[in-house]
Design a protein around this ligand. Structure first.
Ligand code: TTP
Ligand code: MG
Length: 222
């Protein structure tokens, strides 16, 4: 491997936390972040809401055909930017990854026509270029699985203004794309470890399952 290629393998265990919108990824990360061996990188959503004074997330939901491409480009760049900082603890947990952005969200936007074949190919190219120079594929994935109904209720309850018109159907499609992406990773032996946690129960009842997951991640450090 070229020395130019940055390889996380030697510096930390990289764990991406995945799951539908509203599944509870930020809650899981905050909980695990109390452990002194865990560094948490929350999703840079505040950046997406203010790119030079423009709220790309809001614009995307209001007019997806116009804004899907610039928004997804911002998502990929900001997630990539997170990876470039030096890890400071043995386990680095990130909310989302370049991979779920591509295989779940970008896929959905292509299917709905918000991205055409050219803009979709440009995003693929950006993703492939980054991936070829930067070993940023997670060592482990924590997949928080919810029924789309539950993630929809959580999305409505938290009331992020940009998301107020997101329909249940969008979450149903994203749920399917997450499952297909992870099955595909497993089928191609591309995932070292995928830890699935069913998070349909109220989040405070899930601490035992979160602790169990942390124990499994610790074992990967040995
Ligand atoms: P999520 O990445 O699912 O984060 P969340 O904070 O909603 O999840 P949780 O409640 O589990 O912590 O989505 C954030 C918002 O950004 C959401 O409106 C979906 C949108 N988004 C895209 O449109 N494209 C993308 O590639 C990503 C990563 C998010
Ligand atoms: Mg979140």
């Amino acid at each position: 491997m070229s020395s130019f290629v940055k390889d996380y393998a030697s510096s930390c265990l990289l764990v991406s936390v995945e799951g539908n919108i509203g599944s509870g990824k930020s809650t899981f990360l905050s909980y695990c972040g109390q452990d002194p061996i865990v560094e948490v990188l929350q999703e840079p959503i505040a950046k997406w809401s203010n790119v030079g004074g423009v709220n790309l997330l809001d614009n995307f939901y209001k007019d997806p055909k116009v804004w899907a491409y610039p928004f997804q480009m911002e998502v990929l760049m900001s997630l990539f930017d997170q990876y470039t900082s030096e890890p400071v603890r043995p386990i680095r947990m990130v909310e989302r990854s370049l991979w779920s952005a591509r295989h779940c969200f970008q896929r959905s936007m292509s299917a709905s026509g918000s991205l055409d074949s050219t803009t979709s190919a440009l995003l693929d190219q950006f993703h492939d270029t980054v991936a070829s120079h930067w070993r940023a594929h997670p060592h482990a994935i924590v997949y928080l699985t919810t029924s789309p109904d539950v993630s929809y209720q959580r999305l409505r309850a938290r009331g992020r203004p940009e998301e107020m018109n997101v329909p249940l159907k969008y979450l149903q499609d994203l749920d399917q794309y997450h499952q297909e992406w992870l099955l595909d990773l497993q089928a191609r032996n591309m995932a070292d470890e995928i830890f699935t946690i069913d998070v349909d129960r109220p989040l405070p009842e899930l601490h035992h399952a979160f602790d169990q997951c942390m124990s499994n991640l610790r074992l990967m450090l040995l």
